[in-house]
Design a protein around this ligand. Structure first.
Ligand code: ZN
Length: 384
């Protein structure tokens, strides 16, 4: 009898202590049965928690899905993207956005693991969030990314949830390894048209940097590139090293005229430039600040295919260079990899193999998205 009372007392004390613990940390955490969707998918998280009326998921996992770089040092976590910096200091428990402390806790640490509010991270990164209450699902989406209607997504969710409750093993979404941006310089010319039709065949998108002086006589090719959804940036008017880099005036004139011509011929803004021969070593500090002043962004590359130096028969070597370069970048932790290619005959021979390999390896091919600019220049200038 005495031991029964003793056991009850122990249980009561334990309940009391765990109550104090929860109150002290402010986390009445329960593992909820919530789901999180992204565009037309349902994401696969190792854990989803419902804390303070808010769905939270492991920070590392959602960062990988939304392609957000995270850095951690001495108990401080930095989340930086698109000019937004969110800092979580585990020691002071302060969470700040662009230097200003927040008055709530979108990030919490549970059993050594950081969880972040889905609503918070999604909205901060420019996504919208829609709640499907019946299906206990939060859907993250963007209107500038293609996605099915909420009605259709609800049907899809119901099918998914029905399948999940049955004994069938559920299919989990395959994560992309990294984003690959194929870029083609020196067009437009007849090979631009061929590269464009190859991209179309594989239903993927890329980025073209056109030389202004070749544009006027290649209107039909330019029209096809625009119609098929690729981004066009300028690669100067003349591509003549002597002229382009002669002075900061001639440099910015070449860029302005190139961008203006793209706007005239396609109707699209062309704020992304690739300077001939890359930004090192010819681009001066003044040229750099001219670009910033005029609101341009500058892309160099991570992987140089060196395609220009091979013949058609040596196209395999281009494929090899691209594979090796991407694998190296991926291993170094890069998840947005830019590949330099050209509108040349030998490149059209290598392109199908390159795309097939990327798709087989689970990479995602993307075109440049101005609203999600990624800093990629040899100058390490984050304003460009
Ligand atoms: Zn070039």
């Amino acid at each position: 009898m005495v031991s029964v009372i003793k056991n009850i007392l122990i249980i009561l004390v334990a309940i009391f202590l765990s109550f104090i613990h929860c109150t002290a940390t402010g986390q009445a955490s329960t593992s909820a049965t919530y789901h999180v969707g992204l565009s037309d998918k349902i994401l696969d998280f190792s854990d989803i928690k419902f804390i303070d009326e808010d769905t939270k998921v492991p920070l590392e996992e959602i960062a990988a899905y939304l392609d957000i770089p995270i850095e951690q040092e001495k108990g401080i976590t930095y989340i930086r993207k698109n000019g937004i910096e969110i800092i979580f200091n585990e020691n002071s428990k302060i969470i700040s956005k662009n230097g200003a402390p927040l008055d709530w806790y979108p990030i919490v640490k549970i059993n050594g693991k950081l969880f972040i509010s889905v609503n918070f991270i999604a909205t901060e990164m420019g996504y919208k969030v829609h709640d499907f209450q019946k299906q206990k699902t939060q859907r993250i989406y963007r209107d500038d990314y293609g996605h099915m209607s909420h009605e259709n997504y609800e049907v899809f969710l119901n099918q998914f949830l029905n399948k999940q409750t049955s004994t069938l093993p559920t299919k989990t979404e395959v994560k992309s390894k990294a984003n690959i941006y194929l870029t083609f310089d020196d067009g437009p010319n007849r090979y631009t048209g061929i590269n464009n039709s190859i991209l179309k065949k594989y239903n993927v998108h890329a980025t073209f940097f056109f030389v202004g002086n070749y544009m006027k006589k290649n209107k039909p090719i330019i029209d096809a590139v625009v119609k098929d959804g690729h981004y066009i940036g300028t690669h100067s008017m003349t591509h003549d090293k002597e002229k382009v880099y002669k002075s900061s005036k001639s440099f910015i004139d070449e860029m302005n005229e190139g961008a203006k011509l793209i706007k005239q011929m396609t109707g699209n803004e062309a704020k992304l430039v690739r300077v001939p021969y890359g930004s090192k070593p010819d681009l001066t500090v003044t040229m750099q600040s001219e670009l910033i002043k005029k609101g341009y962004k500058l892309w160099d590359w991570d992987v140089d295919s060196r395609d220009w130096k091979y013949t058609d028969k040596e196209a395999d070597q281009i494929v090899k260079n691209v594979k090796a370069g991407i694998e190296k970048s991926y291993k170094s932790g890069d998840r947005d990899i830019i590949v330099l290619l050209h509108d040349r005959s030998q490149t059209t021979k290598a392109l199908p193999q390159i795309i097939e390999w990327l798709q087989k390896e689970g990479y995602t091919l993307k075109t440049y998205e101005p609203e999600h600019h990624i800093v990629k220049n040899f100058l390490h200038d984050t304003s460009l």
